[in-house]
Write a protein of this length. Sequence first.
Length: 117
Amino acid sequence: QVQLVESGGGLMQSGGSLRLSCVSSSSSFSGFQMGWYRRAPGQARTLVGYITSYSVTTYADSVKGRFTISKDDAKKSVYLHMNSLEPEDTAVYYCNAVWPFDGREYWGQGTQVTVSS
């Protein structure tokens, strides 16, 4: 079982920046595809973006150019750098890990990000 622990959420003003972190318990962290999802109030959980084991990134259209995902394999951590935050970015953000060889998937508990106008 892989445990994922997010941190870094909080309350920000529109236009601000925030960095979320996610630490994995897996010793095979570098082999995982790591992603970030979010669930806005009253809405389904949606993909924010992900980074492959080869550090190739993909982003949802709504965050392209504003959000960046990076990782540090030595620290078993993945990061979500959020810039130019908008009230529409208010959501609970979840870290996700997928083992690409069999599709096993793991989730963090989520961290709240609130952006005020």
